[in-house]
Design a protein around this ligand. Structure first.
Ligand code: HEC
Length: 485
């Protein structure tokens, strides 16, 4: 059984060669016989269920469902084209660098099978051959959530105007620390939700939205003026952006903070670890952590939704997106942390085709990487993540030569990657600000960092665990302390 497909493909090629131009009756007949054996139900559905159904099912982002033959058949030609040129399934990393648990790429064998299936008339086959369709729980990829946290009420988005970043704070009501094993952000209105990032706001952290006690209007103005004077950034309506005249550093590694910050001297670490919970954007998988690792939401924490909305011209829209959480069944040992290795000081000259921007992070203690995710906007062209180890060795951890903004993929290594203390992580990205880039909204403009998609970002997200951390011991210790009191 194991050798059936390669053998078949080989045989098919031989027959195709033999049959070519000579009208060889018996070969052609044999070829027909062979191709007739490839059917949706028997050969193709298992591939599509495994590799495509994640997105190609009702209610998801892709334009058609592969769950049934009837829905798939009209797309056969397009499927052939997209799998042969490898635009589907989406995957943009160089396959020679690293081994990825979520690698979606089809094998050559599967591509050959799909091509032959389409070329031989995309047959359905016998009903008995169809494997059971994969099951999904009410749209949640993570299974039934233990808790669903939604925006407090439907948000109304006006019909016209620029993109909006809106922040919503929700109290999930956790009275004690909870550990989340799986987390998924789900858009309610896919027509307007460009992306969702749900952050954890620990108790006591400054509120982005509620600002208690309410400062007066004058105080707010004063705070804002002060912030804008000191900072390299300013608030443009709903959107934060780097000022056009802020100091320019394309090589963030030359700054003390590695490129991540908003102070003019590049000294302060502007972001640090971010309290990441879940995100949605096309291609972003839900967070599903291995046993023993979880995201910690401290007692009393709020969930902060960062919603990036794009408007539907001429039509008022509503949205009430959610995050679903599945709790760890046992006390985990480690907490997932997320670092944004980012440059906020760069400037891409008008028309530049291959503009390089870098950022650095020197790892402060031994850790293990869980995933890597490049984030650039529409001028983003490529990103490479490299490790310079204390022993002098260099290793490329991730190479994405054809970055595509439409796909926000997290690359999850098959084995957690050990990174010793003192390693310098270098993130290098290329941008194409020329007219050749068909997604470029304005090649005549110098481009800086900013939240809107017409500005740029340069981030290498790294999610990781600290080797020194053992929450299990800490929990036992805590319990002992409480029981002694
Ligand atoms: C991570 C999500 C995802 C996966 C996995 C995925 N697709 Fe898609 N696919 C999409 C989305 C979203 C679109 C529409 C946007 C686009 O074309 O880029 C699309 C578009 C397509 C189209 C083009 C439809 C058209 O408009 O012509 C085809 C064909 C296709 N996918 C086939 C497949 C096949 C076959 C697989 C599996 C082998 C697959 N896709 C896997 C998300 C996905």
């Amino acid at each position: 059984m194991k050798f059936r497909y390669p053998l078949f493909v080989l045989l098919f090629c031989v027959f195709a060669l033999l049959a070519g131009g000579r009208g060889n009756q018996s070969s052609a007949a044999k070829e027909r016989e062979l191709t007739a054996t490839i059917t949706f139900n028997k050969d193709i559905a298992p591939i599509f269920y495994k590799t495509c159904a994640e997105c190609h099912r009702p209610g998801e982002a892709a334009p058609f469902s592969v769950l049934t033959y009837k829905e798939t058949r009209p797309w056969a030609k397009s499927i052939r084209e997209k799998v042969v040129n490898r635009t589907m399934p989406p995957w943009h990393a160089d396959p020679h660098v690293g081994e990825w648990a979520n690698d979606r790429r089809l094998s050559e064998k599967d591509i050959a099978l799909i091509t032959t299936w389409v070329d031989s008339g995309a047959k359905e086959g016998a009903a008995k051959d169809l494997p059971p369709a994969p099951t999904f729980t009410e749209g949640w990829t993570i299974g039934k959530p233990d808790v669903v946290v939604s925006l407090p009420e439907p948000f109304t988005l006006e019909a016209n105007g620029p993109d909006e970043y809106q922040y919503f704070e929700v109290d999930p009501g956790f009275k004690q620390d909870v550990y989340v094993q799986r987390a998924e952000a789900r858009p309610d209105n896919r027509r307007v939700v460009h992306h969702i990032i749900a952050f954890i706001k620990p108790p006591g952290a400054a509120a982005k939205t509620d600002g208690q006690p309410h400062p007066t209007k004058e105080e707010l103005e004063k705070q804002r003026a002060e912030f804008e004077r000191e900072s390299t950034q300013y608030q443009d309506g709903f959107l934060q952006r780097t000022k056009a005249d802020a100091p320019v550093h394309n090589q963030g590694c030359q700054l003390p903070n590695g490129g991540t910050g908003i102070d003019r001297q590049g000294k302060q670490d502007g972001i640090g670890d971010i309290n990441w919970l879940a995100a949605y954007a096309p291609g972003t998988p839900p967070i599903e952590l291995p046993a023993g690792t979880a995201i910690r939401i401290p007692a009393g924490a709020k969930i902060l939704f960062q919603m990036h909305y794009s408007k539907v011209a001429g039509s008022v829209q509503k949205d009430r997106s959610s995050v679903g959480l599945v709790f760890a069944k046992q006390q985990p040992e480690k907490e997932m942390l997320v670092r944004a290795v980012s440059n906020t000081y760069f400037q891409i000259p008008p028309g530049a085709q291959n503009h390089e921007v870098s950022a650095c992070w020197t790892v402060p203690e031994d850790l293990h990487i869980l995933s890597l995710a490049p984030h650039l906007h529409v001028r983003g062209k490529a990103q490479r993540v490299e490790a310079f180890y204390p022993n002098g060795h260099r290793e490329v951890l991730l190479d994405v030569p054809n970055y595509d903004f439409a796909w926000q993929t997290f690359y999850i290594p098959k084995q957690r990657k050990a990174i010793p203390k003192g390693t310098r992580i270098l993130v290098t990205s290329l941008f194409d600000n020329s007219a050749k880039n068909k997604f470029n909204p304005d090649p005549a403009k110098a481009v800086r960092w900013g939240e809107p998609t017409y500005d740029e970002m340069m981030i290498g997200f790294i999610s990781y665990t600290k080797d020194s951390q053992n929450l299990k011991d800490a929990a036992v210790h805590r319990n002992e302390t409480t029981s002694r009191q």
